[in-house]
Design a protein around this ligand. Structure first.
Ligand SMILES: C[S@@+](CC[C@H](N)C(=O)[O-])C[C@H]1O[C@@H](n2cnc3c(N)ncnc32)[C@H](O)[C@@H]1O
Length: 228
């Protein structure tokens, strides 16, 4: 009979200190969420829209950067991207800084400490072509049912309030002011949150709302545009 040891509940990626994301070895430890394959969809969807903007500079804000994986992958895809990548966790920002040092050779990414958009002053109004986020979106019920190796990840990175919607709602309601006319939000969401998130986007005047399915058929990424 197999005896359970502490290391059984430590994800392999933490033991190895890295994970693969969009063809890169991203450093991870217990201070950050392990980037998931689903999140590559978020990068691809945002990247495809951003590639259609033909200007010298494109401005992106990422909320909840964690290891920095999403910002780093977007910087690699979009040569002219200037990215402000924010997180509420100073511990996570330490790991993000190490990954950014390794991969962001053109200095496209600025890391900031921020509770959602608390860092973003009036100067940033109308600035961003895209606001991208894989926020904590696990509901109270689902959090209680998570496997022990998922529970090894920071609760701040996973738990999104009773319905998992707390941070999503905040991002949606505060994004409009920061987006440029025609700018968009791209959000990774929970397997059952599509309708609620679309409703929030509509309520906040977003248009051209579209969803993108992951490899399990769940609407996993939602995009909404600011008119203009
Ligand atoms: C699901 S993880 C995403 C990490 C990384 N972007 C990825 O996709 O692998 C969510 C991240 O949001 C951060 N976070 C949680 N609450 C936040 C808040 N109020 N403001 C900013 N970041 C927050 C967490 O610390 C965590 O790094």
């Amino acid at each position: 009979m197999k005896t359970e040891t502490k290391s059984d509940s430590i994800p392999m990626q933490y033991r190895e200190g890295k994970t693969a994301f969009m063809g890169m070895d991203i450093k991870v430890d217990e201070r950050v969420l392990i980037p998931r394959p689903e999140t590559e969809l978020l990068v691809e969807v945002a990247g495809d829209i951003l590639k259609q903007i033909h200007r010298d500079n494109v401005y992106i804000a990422e909320v909840g950067t964690g290891s920095g994986a999403v910002a780093i992958a977007l910087a690699k895809l979009i040569d002219n991207a200037n990215i402000v990548a924010a997180d509420i966790s100073r511990d996570a920002l330490v790991i993000a800084a190490e990954n950014v040092d390794r991969f962001d050779k053109n200095g496209q990414i600025k890391l900031v400490h921020s509770d959602v958009f608390s860092f973003f002053s009036q100067d940033f109004c109308g600035k961003f072509d895209a606001i991208v986020s894989n926020p904590p979106y696990v509901s109270e019920n689902d959090y209680g049912a998570l496997d022990e190796w998922v529970l090894a990840e920071p609760k701040t990175a996973l738990y999104g309030g009773p319905e998992g919607m707390d941070i999503l709602k905040k991002i949606i309601s505060e994004s409009m002011e920061l987006l440029s006319p025609g700018g968009f939000v791209a959000l990774e969401i929970g397997y059952d949150q599509s309708e609620k998130v679309k409703k929030e986007l509509r309520a906040n005047d977003f248009i051209e709302i579209k969803s993108f399915k992951d490899f399990n058929g769940h609407e996993r990424v939602i995009v909404g545009r600011k008119s203009g």
